[in-house]
Design a protein around this ligand. Structure first.
Ligand SMILES: NC(=O)c1ccc[n+]([C@@H]2O[C@H](COP(=O)([O-])OP(=O)(O)OC[C@H]3O[C@@H](n4cnc5c(N)ncnc54)[C@H](O)[C@@H]3O)[C@@H](O)[C@H]2O)c1
Length: 277
């Protein structure tokens, strides 16, 4: 019988202290996985770990800043020490800043790329060799966004970081799937989480951090337009996609038409008249 992707396996989730990350943790725990929750907010990760432990799941919280490569490698060592092996890794921690990309301060660009892109790469580099080493197979889920599949105005920084995660994931899938590691890239539209407030609360500029409490809830004034879904529904989609080994995880039905229009625009660039001298 094929190995169950969750039961008895250890899942590492960055950004596991809230939002989509904590919902993934609950969904994986329901399926019998053990959980390592990594978050830059240690209290938040501990709360989720305590809740899971109370429900009978082996779970631990790890304070980790994914922008710091050594921190993520220390996490990988700590997970092996505490759980023996890591099988599932969700590189999920992320921040979302809007604004005109051409006039945005470099602090915003760096903050966005440091967490959303380098954070994911650090997770891949720290964990893939360890999964290959134990030889039991595994799964990497990278959280991108619909903003990683189509450009959006006033979300240029976020789109650039998330397109990079989609590209990285597509390539990674080709590299490691033949070696027994599945790869999915999660691309939601609006999910009801505290991402706006959390993003500002960790902004490198102290003046911007002071504005964290003024940040609107993500479902009230999102830069993306469309339906709002709950993190628990996203997590159920992720579980299903992992069971089916699907590269792309989409969560909002309205994405289909938007992506179709994008494909059509690309396709029409090949029309004969564009090739005439
Ligand atoms: N909420 C949405 O509408 C939405 C839509 C598409 C994609 N996403 C993506 O989903 C992922 C999760 O976002 P969320 O909505 O659950 O947000 P969230 O703010 O609720 O959760 C993100 C978690 O990541 C943690 N985190 C932030 N920076 C970190 C760092 N440097 N190191 C470690 N942990 C860090 C935060 O403390 C928080 O617990 C992100 O990658 C985000 O870009 C969210």
């Amino acid at each position: 019988m094929a190995q169950d992707p969750f039961s008895g396996r250890t899942a590492v989730i960055t950004g596991g202290g809230g939002g989509i990350g904590s919902a993934l943790a609950r969904a994986f725990a329901e399926r019998g996985a053990k959980l390592a929750l990594a978050d830059v907010d240690p209290e938040a990760a501990r709360r989720v770990a305590d809740e899971l432990v109370a429900g009978g799941t082996q779970a631990e919280a790890f304070p980790v800043d994914v922008t710091d490569r050594s921190d993520v490698f220390r996490l990988a060592d700590a997970v092996v020490e505490r759980f023996g092996k890591a099988h599932i890794v969700c590189n999920n921690a992320g921040v979302a800043l809007g604004g005109e990309m051409w006039s945005a301060p470099m602090a915003d660009w760096n903050y966005t790329m440091d967490v959303n892109f380098w954070g994911v790469l650090h997770g891949v580099q720290a964990f893939v060799p360890r999964i290959l080493e134990h030889g039991e197979g595994g799964y990497i889920v990278n959280t991108a966004s619909m903003a990683g599949l189509t450009g959006m105005s006033f979300l240029g920084m976020y789109c650039a970081s998330k397109f990079a995660v989609v590209g990285l994931s597509e390539s990674l899938s080709r590299e490691v799937r033949p070696q027994g590691i599945g790869v999915s890239v999660l691309c939601p539209m609006i999910v009801e989480t505290d991402i706006n407030r959390n993003t500002m609360a960790r902004h490198p500029d102290p003046e911007r951090r002071k504005l964290a409490n003024l940040a609107p809830p993500n479902d009230a004034a999102p830069p993306m337009r469309g339906g709002v879904v709950q993190a628990g529904d996203v997590a159920r989609r992720v579980v299903r996609a992992m069971e089916r080994d699907q590269l792309y995880i989409l969560t909002h039905p309205e994405q289909q038409e938007i992506l179709r229009r994008r494909s059509h625009r690309i396709d029409s660039a090949f029309s004969a008249e564009n090739w005439e001298p």
